[in-house]
Every structure is written in C-alpha cells, then in structure tokens.
Design a protein. Structure first.
Length: 402
C-alpha cells in the first residue's frame, strides 16, 4: 500500500539521517505534518567537527548547523529534549519519555548510535566519551586545563581527539589493545603509518596493551595497563566504538540485533516504518549480508532512499548498494577510505609513495578490489568508489586508477 502525502510522518532522532530524510520527504512532495523527536535539546548539528575544529577551538557552536538556511521552510514540529520510550506498531504510536504518545502514519527511525561505555570508567570524574555537543563542550573545557590526556582506543574518534588535543599543546598518550591504530578502518600497514605520523608530532602511542583499571576514587588520577604499567592522567577519553540506539524498540517486533534490520531501501519488517543512518542494519544487495555503517555519507545516502521508499511503497526505489566511504582529519592529514580495507590485503600504491605527504593506495584480496585509502588525494577516491560499486577486479582497478 503506498503512502498518502497528507499523512503524518514521525521522525525519531533529529540528527543527520533524520534531517536528510525530512528534507527528502519535502522535496518529494510530502505536504503532511512532520514531527521530529530528539533526545537532544539542539536542532540538528554536525558531529564530525566535534572531534576536530570544535575541539581545537577553531570553530564554535555557530559553525555546526547542518542547515545554513535555517529550518523554517521544512515546516517541522520539533520536539526536542524528549526521547522516544517505546514503539507500538499495533496502534501506530510512539510513546515518549514525558508520557505523551504520538501517532504516526509513517515512521522514520534515525536514532543513531551512542558511544560504548567502559564500565570501570563510569561515574569517575575526568573520564569522557565523545558523541554529542555536550560531550564535546565538556572535553574542550577539560583540555584547556592542559593536563595529560590518555585516550583509550585508537579508532577514528580516539585518533582525531589525540591529534586535536596535541594541536592544543596537550600531552597525549593513546592506548590500543590491537597491534596498530585504525586497524579496522585501514589495515595494519597503513595504521602503523598513521601511528608514525602521530608520533612525529609528539603523541605517545602504545599498542598491544589493554586497560586494566583506573586509579582515583572520585576523579581519575591514572590509567593502569594490562602490562603492569600505569600512566598518570588528568583526563581520559574512552573511544571504544559505538552501539546502535535501539533500546526504545524492544518489544516492537523489529529485529534490532546490532541495529534495525532493513532491506536495501530502508524498509523494516513493519509497514510504513523505515530506518536510516547509524542505527540501521541495511541489506547489501550484492553480498546478501545486512551491514551497519557508522559514517556520515552512508547516513545521508540511506536517508534519501528510505524517505522515497516510505512515500512510494514497495518497488518504488532502486536498492541502495553502498560502498562504505569515510574521511578522518588528523593534524594536517585528510585520510579518506572507500570500501573495506583489512590487514593482510595486498597493497598497491598508484600515486605518490607511502613515505610522502600524499598518496593513494589500492587494496586487493585474491583477485578482488576491496578498498582504497587516500592521504590528501580525495578526488581519486570517488573513482575508486565507482569501481568498487561495480565490482572491478584488483588488476582492472590498478589499470584504471593508476
Ligand atoms: P546520530 O548522529 O547518532 O543521531 C541520532 C540522534 O538520535 C541523536 O541526536 C540522538 O540523541 C537521538 N536519539 C537517540 N535515541 C533516541 C530516542 N530514543 N528518542 C529520540 N531521539 C533519540 N563520520 C565520517 O564519515 N567522517 C568523520 O570525520 C566523522 N567524524 C565524527 C566525529 C564524531 C565526534 C562523531 C560522534 C561522529 C563522527 N562521524 C564521522 C560519524 C557521523 O557523525 C555519523 O555517522 C552520523 O552522525 C550518523 O547520523 P545519524 O543521524 O544516523 O545518527
């Protein structure tokens, strides 16, 4: 059954995916009511600068809006600072934390992800996570005190915070249980290269060692490592990944194991309910596997498709076969990654050299082209993404990109 353009659409989660879905709904002619529900008190803002320009102090809040032209033209009823508590698909209602219930004709689930907690750090002053603007404000203030920062976890957030803190003159130690930083995003060889560039700029990176615990009763004083050593710390940033925000969907009948399961157009198993962004586990039509992406570009692309699917019904939109794309800014490095590089892939550098400021490296697994990493050569990466999309072989990719 297709959707009436005058029906009410409720969007839960008013951040990147929620906003881009709303924009697409209006663009596609939905003139009915739209209610956006957000646990956060802010209108949609952009998260990537929180670990970069906002943390270094280069930007303030006024640069974070996702819409320079404002929000009025979207005619949205924003319900900010109130979380959705549950979903009852039988009565087509979302229940909110303040006890109110909101009926929907169509529902967009865009509740994103939250940073994973390290239980030993919970409730200990001076320990931080970074997901929201509030988190970023607190961390930025903490860094101003100038004391040593220990970063637990050398993923994208950890390495970006390490770089931004160092740029502010803070002493930084990064602790990572795996053999190199960014192994999941870049593979070992390039992860070690990024580590070397951080070390040149004064970041102390310790890999292959975990956190055993924290010293300090009310406030963190030191981090104890599994090799028996300990590092004094004024502040600690825990950056150990994210979890999809699906708690409010318990009992709704949706499959929410590691994100809301949807098909390759964002449709869930409930009628007139779609999902997009970090919360969605999206079916990849090529592999048949459902994958949850945690990147800005995926959220934007999924939101557009899910909005069209909600309005148009089954068969109205082409399945979205996504090739993952993510960028990360650390010091003066713009690292951009397409596809899924992993340790053990064959690496072929087509432009520059690994010891140069700028290069492009392609990754192959057996005959397959599986990913590309660029340092300072973002344009070439869009060609790589196209080749990954159409399943080019490694040899073909080397020939066409090189
Ligand atoms: P989110 O942005 O997580 O938004 C979800 C919203 O839903 C939140 O406002 C949340 O409070 C709200 N919500 C949750 N539960 C409820 C509920 N029950 N009721 C109501 N509201 C709820 N990606 C890149 O590709 N490159 C980068 O350089 C990059 N840098 C990043 C830096 C930081 C510090 C962070 C945190 C993320 C970064 N990302 C980056 C990832 C990117 O920002 C995310 O992929 C993107 O924000 C996902 O958007 P989303 O709308 O799906 O989810």
């Amino acid at each position: 059954m297709s959707f009436e353009v005058s029906q009410r659409i409720v969007v839960v989660g008013a951040s990147l995916a929620g906003l881009r879905a709303i924009e697409a709904l209006r663009r596609l002619g939905h003139d009915g009511e739209i209610i956006a529900i957000s646990a956060e008190p802010n209108l949609p803002y952009d998260r990537p600068p929180l670990s970069k320009q906002f943390l270094t102090g280069e930007w303030n809040d006024d640069r974070l809006s996702l819409r320079r032209q404002g929000y009025d033209d979207l005619a949205v009823d924003w319900r900010l600072g109130v979380a959705a508590r549950s979903l009852d698909p039988g009565s087509r209602c979302v229940e909110l934390d303040d006890g109110s219930r909101v009926e929907y004709g169509g529902l967009v689930i865009a509740t994103g992800a939250a940073s994973r907690a390290l239980p030993a750090a919970e409730g200990l002053a001076g320990t931080h996570r970074l997901r929201s603007l509030d988190d970023a404000r607190t961390l930025r203030t903490a860094l101003a005190s100038g004391g040593r920062l220990v970063v637990v976890g050398a993923g994208f957030i950890g390495m970006e915070v390490a770089a931004s803190a160092r740029m502010r003159g803070v002493e930084v130690v990064v602790v990572e249980a795996l053999e190199a930083p960014l192994v999941r995003g870049l593979g070992r060889t390039l992860g070690e290269l990024v580590a070397a560039r951080h070390r040149e700029r004064g970041v102390d990176i310790r890999c292959g060692v975990g956190v055993a615990g924290f010293v300090g009763r009310q406030r963190v004083e030191a981090v104890e490592l599994t090799d028996g050593s300990s590092i004094e710390a004024a502040d600690v940033l825990v950056g150990i990944g994210v979890l999809p925000q699906v708690g409010w969907l318990a009992g709704s009948g949706l499959d929410v194991a590691n994100g809301v399961l949807c098909d390759a157009t964002g449709a869930t198993t409930l009628e007139h309910v779609v999902a997009a962004g970090d919360v969605a586990r999206w079916l990849d039509p090529r592999s048949g596997a459902a994958v949850r992406h945690e990147h800005w570009t995926s959220a934007v692309e999924q939101a557009g498709v899910a909005a069209a699917r909600l309005l148009g019904g089954p068969g109205s939109v082409e399945p979205l076969a996504q090739v993952s794309y993510v960028w990360s800014d650390q010091f003066d490095m713009r690292i951009a990654i397409a596809g899924e590089p992993a340790s053990g892939d064959t690496l072929h550098v087509t432009h520059g050299r690994l010891d140069e400021e700028r290069f492009l490296a392609l990754m192959g697994r057996s005959e397959r082209f599986v990913g590309a990493v660029s340092l300072g050569r973002p344009r070439l990466l869009s060609l790589c993404r196209e080749l990954l999309e159409r399943g080019a072989t490694f040899e073909e990719a080397i020939r066409l990109v090189g």
